[in-house]
Design a protein around this ligand. Structure first.
Ligand code: PLP
Length: 387
């Protein structure tokens, strides 16, 4: 296991969406896949499944050891003790968010989002005609701050659902306990439901404390919280489709049960087995990967400061997705388009992430150091050509 060994030539052989969308000259830095191979126990499992020819239907979640395993993992790592009977399986988290929006609020209600935010969440609200209310996350020195006054001010009789991304994508912010407690107070005062998308929780760096599940704040908060999680981001297997939902109360489960199960999907046998192996046997891979990512994060930060000081960036506390504010470049068009055209580096346009995203890009630093360095050198060269 050596993430340093991945070369551009090798990475280009991937049949993934990430590497095929933009053609051979471009280095992708957009979608949230890492360029690292999965942990060996996961690839061995997949080989074994293929060799055995057994690709049958998966057992139901209550007959699966996954719920118990996840509950134990949350307890060991984060001190949260979710009741294993509160779990449900989902195909993936984006789909789960759509279902949550469908069942926890209706078209008369307002959904509160902290922006910039993971763009499929915005799409879910937009496509289902839910009115969105935005609460800003604001870069402040070496961190991001929540505008709590704005969050309190935006509450009203139609406020219904808070969609939290904890830890946060695209800022890489890890929420602190006092911040989550303040959010919890506002949630209780205004009788909101909460969806807490915690897919990035295992990817925390040393400048953050341990992850704090939102439902662990208090029993009252847990009762109105649905937590979504998955091993797919931390263990780099986005293609296997397996996610977990945890309902903090029976009444929340009942709300979700109103959604027709045939339309809901669920995880599959391969996804469930791979997730189990990830949580049971791959902590050494995860630890190594986090330390590699943290070193990449540091390299990224110092490269920007040294070579492209007009790009503003708050160092990540979590995730491998870096938010870069390009507004001081005063480009006359979207910076993502600029870097795609002039540097052949494909980043996400910040504009997709809602208010506060215009003039910014989101980049992915989960790659080998040599590929990361090539991306940044290309961007530096592109900038030197226009200034
Ligand atoms: C915050 C967040 N939620 C959900 C997802 C996607 O999860 P899934 O592949 O299970 O839909 C991502 C992917 O990057 C993400 O960053």
């Amino acid at each position: 296991m050596d993430h340093d060994e991945i070369t551009l030539e090798q990475a280009r052989k991937s049949a993934s969406l990430k590497w095929t969308r933009y053609g051979p000259g471009v280095i992708p830095s957009w979608i949230a896949d890492m360029d690292f191979p999965v942990a060996r126990p996961i690839s061995e499992l997949l080989r074994l499944l293929a060799d055995s020819g057994d690709l049958s239907y998966a057992p139901n979640m209550h007959e699966e050891p996954l719920a118990q395993l996840f509950s134990q993992r949350m307890q060991n790592r984060y001190g949260w003790v979710p009741d294993p009977s509160g779990f449900d399986s989902m195909t993936d988290i984006v789909q789960a968010i759509y279902i949550a929006v469908a069942v926890l609020c209706d078209e008369d209600h307002q959904v509160i989002l902290q922006t910039p935010t993971y763009h499929p969440i915005l799409s879910a609200c937009r496509k289902m005609n839910r009115e969105m209310v935005f609460n800003s996350l604001v870069p402040a020195g070496n961190g991001w701050q929540i505008d709590f006054d704005q969050l309190r001010d935006c509450m009203g009789p139609r406020s219904k659902l808070l969609l939290l991304v904890n830890p946060h994508n695209p800022s890489g912010k890890a929420f602190q306990k006092d911040e989550l407690e303040t959010i919890a107070g506002i949630v209780l005062e205004n009788d909101l439901f909460v969806v807490s998308d915690e897919i990035h929780c295992d990817l925390m760096y040393s400048n953050a404390g341990p992850h704090i599940p939102f439902a662990s704040i208090s029993r009252e908060v847990a009762e109105r919280t649905v937590t979504f999680n998955s091993a797919t981001k931390s263990h780099n297997m986005g293609g296997i489709r397996c996610a977990m939902a945890h309902y903090g109360s029976e009444s929340l489960r009942k709300q979700f049960d109103r959604f027709p199960d045939g339309m809901r999907g669920g995880s599959n046998a391969v996804g469930n087995r791979a997730t189990r192996i990830a949580w049971e046997q791959c902590d050494d891979w995860l630890e190594y990967t986090i330390s590699y990512l943290e070193a990449n994060r540091d390299y990224f930060v110092s490269f920007l400061q040294r070579e492209m000081p007009d790009l503003r960036h708050v160092p990540n506390q979590s995730t491998f997705l870096a938010w870069v504010d390009c507004r001081e470049l005063h480009l006359d068009h979207d910076p993502a388009e600029f870097f795609l055209k002039r540097a052949k580096v494909a980043a996400y346009s910040g504009a997709q992430f809602g208010p506060g995203g215009e003039g910014c890009i989101r980049m992915n630093f989960a790659t080998s150091r040599s590929i990361l360095s090539e991306k940044l050198e290309r961007m530096k060269r592109a900038l030197s050509e226009i200034y």
